[in-house]
Design a protein around this ligand. Sequence first.
Ligand SMILES: Cc1cc2nc3c(=O)[nH]c(=O)nc-3n(C[C@H](O)[C@H](O)[C@H](O)COP(=O)(O)O)c2cc1C
Length: 234
Amino acid sequence: MRSDLDTMMTVLEGLTSRTSSSDGLAAERRPVPFADAVPAGAAPSAEDLRPVHDLLDTLLRRRSVLQYGEQPVRTDVILTLLREALGRDRDDWGLDGAAGALEAFVFAFRSEGPAAPGVYRVTAEETQFLAGLDELGPAEDLGVQREFSTAAGIVAVYGDLDRADSWAGSHGYRVCMTRAAMATYDFNLRFQTQGLVGTLFGGFIPSSVRHLVHGDGVTRQPLLATTYAHPLES
Ligand SMILES: Cc1cc2nc3c(=O)[nH]c(=O)nc-3n(C[C@H](O)[C@H](O)[C@H](O)COP(=O)(O)O)c2cc1C
């Protein structure tokens, strides 16, 4: 068994560097805008957002799930929970201006309620419909495990690594990654309070949606994803 930790320690020490590995001018660059995006419809009512499990119950029940019920999910609820999680990231860290904002893309395969199936963009500030499922291609292409595509939808949280690196080098990258992880877990636990299930996963395939989300791998790079769905037994 390999017990040499030198390589790992070198990587960890490298993450402490605050020297930008680029030109430090990311604030002068902007991710490609979405010219054809349209604002998503009305937010769900407070009743629609009411949790079915309290905090203790949610923490006791929580687990990663890869088998899903076939019922569609209220995408308007998903969009609202996600936007609230990104709002908490913006407000808690206070880094959007200096290090870039998180943004998320929702791939809603099975939807009920006012929001149609399709691709959505969500930030702390806005929620937009980008494209229908016909433009997405096969859902199985989005992840390294086929099970992900059997969920009602997938949410991928993206970061601006260009801004994070210009702000604080490799340390900026790890803060950006930590923010994405916190926001993804925040969202994942919130939808579990609604009785939904899913799993966080690292195996989201950026190239599968690069054309739709203008993912250039620098100003817009997926960092973590989660599935969501009704549980199999309901
Ligand atoms: C950063 C991260 C990446 C993960 N990637 C995957 C993945 O690619 N595929 C998968 O099935 N589960 C993935 N998971 C889920 C873990 O397998 C799961 O959280 C772990 O087995 C613990 O189980 P629990 O969440 O039910 O407690 C990931 C979890 C984290 C935190």
